[in-house]
Design a binder for this molecule. Structure first.
Ligand code: HEM
Length: 417
């Protein structure tokens, strides 16, 4: 859904020149810093909102959760009857490339791709990573302790998941600075509207990433190892279950999904705790609450704020006629703060008992890496609270948010004690 910039309009087709008509502009810096007031207005005033460009914006849990499970809605944007803002010249080519990525496929391709990767992400395999995650967290926190201050993002929440996923996949962790830039660019490609020059940059990063993985794949063909990449190569060699292009795009997806999201969970979560010191105190007093707290933080300020689906049949949503080929944007971040689903949703409550959030999605595309993200975040929070002194404080009044619309996260989170 990327496109070149259409002056005066934005992804959801609302006219930026007419602010009074604008109830949801995710590109507005104020909304980016805090989208929750706008979500509230949408839920209250127009929960199944149709933008002037014909895109539906859904904000209630009761509409979003079933839609994520509804087989009449596709992850493949090529089913859309029009891409309202997709005006870049190589749209076809870009959509073709995207259609090899598991997240953007439907059955039977999706089922086939997912079942291959799923083998590596069993809760058991992930549990076995606990010791390694501990080791990495210990090392990173040790360095921060020695300094007496840290940027949580640069010093912990970025390097932790990136090292873990690189090791799991079998990608040299020392290459991480090389793929960090590509990965950041590709993560932005999830956003609904991008300026043309950024699309070009993203395309260049996608090419570079592809080339990088092609070399690694060739290497693993010759010298198989005990890693996910070798396992996927073996699956490809065993038959036609995975094409070369699918293999490459699966590796890229896992590498990006494996760290951009978890990085933001640790950052957003820590910010929420620092802004709710009573909850931070509760966690310090009873670290057994950490797994529950991680779920609450995913609900309260999750990483994936929205996702998209295209109707493949005419469907009625709360009395609104959604036609085949129309695109729906599902505001996961809003569903997770829906008072019709959660008691007192604007409050962080690490002891909350009913936290069936949608932060990892739902249905066939439910996050494959959820067990891994949970282990990483649980260990990171447990160790931060155990090792960093009670004088731990935020060194910025208003930490800056990254430019991404879909993946919400901080540029940095300076902490001192
Ligand atoms: C806090 C961390 C994470 C969050 C909030 C998150 C969130 C999500 C969400 C919402 C989806 C579904 C999107 C949709 O239905 O449109 C998803 C899918 C996916 N996630 Fe995650 N994710 C996280 C971490 C991870 C990690 C650590 C990995 C891998 C190591 C991962 C790999 C994937 C993959 C491969 C998919 C696509 C699954 C499919 O299409 O069947 N994620 N994630």
């Amino acid at each position: 859904m990327t496109s070149s910039d259409a002056p005066g309009s934005n992804a959801v087709g609302l006219d930026a020149a007419a602010p009074e008509a604008l109830i949801f502009n995710p590109f507005d810096p104020v909304t980016r810093a805090d989208p929750y007031p706008v979500y509230r207005r949408l839920r209250e005033e127009d929960p199944v909102h149709r933008s002037p460009l014909g895109i539906w914006i859904l904000s209630r849990y009761a509409d979003i959760e079933p839609l994520l499970r509804d087989v009449r809605f596709s992850n493949d944007i090529r089913n859309a009857n029009s891409l309202p803002l997709a005006t870049a010249d190589n749209v076809e080519e870009r959509l073709e490339r995207r259609s090899k990525v598991m997240l953007f496929t439907d059955p039977p391709d999706h089922t086939r791709l997912r079942s291959l990767v799923n083998k590596a992400f069993t809760p058991r395999t992930v549990e076995q990573l606990r010791a390694r995650v501990h080791e990495i967290v210990d090392d990173l926190l040790g360095r921060a302790e020695a300094k007496g201050s840290m940027d949580l993002i640069a010093d912990l929440s970025y390097p932790l998941p990136v090292v873990v996923i690189a090791e799991m996949l079998g990608v040299p962790a020392e290459d991480r600075d090389v793929f960090h830039q590509w990965s950041g660019d590709l993560a932005r490609s999830l956003d609904p509207l991008l300026p043309a020059e950024l699309i070009d940059e993203i395309e260049r990063s996608a090419d570079a990433f592809t080339e990088y993985f092609e070399k690694l794949i060739a290497d693993r063909r010759a010298h198989p190892g005990d890693d996910l990449l070798s396992a996927l190569v073996a699956a490809e060699q065993a038959g036609d279950r995975l094409s070369e292009e699918e293999l490459t795009s699966t590796c890229i997806l896992i590498l990006i999904a494996g760290h951009e999201t978890t990085m933001n969970l640790i950052g957003n979560g820590m910010l929420a705790l620092l802004r709710h010191p009573d909850q931070l105190e509760k966690l310090r007093a009873d670290p057994s609450l950490v797994p529950n707290a991680v779920e609450e933080l995913l609900r309260y300020d999750g990483t994936v704020q929205m996702t998209g689906r295209t109707a493949t049949a005419d469907v009625s949503i709360d009395g609104h006629p959604v036609k085949a080929g129309e695109i729906c944007i599902l505001l996961i971040g809003s569903a997770n703060r829906d008072p019709a689903r959660f008691t007192d949703p604007e409050r962080v409550d690490v002891t909350r008992s009913d936290i069936k959030h949608l932060a990892f999605g739902a249905g066939a595309h439910y996050c494959l890496g959820a067990p891994l993200a949970r282990v990483e975040a649980q260990i990171a929070f447990t160790e931060m609270l155990r090792r960093l002194p009670e004088s731990l404080r935020l060194e910025a009044d208003q930490p800056e948010w990254r430019d991404n619309i879909v993946l919400r996260g901080l540029k940095s989170l300076p902490l001192a004690w």
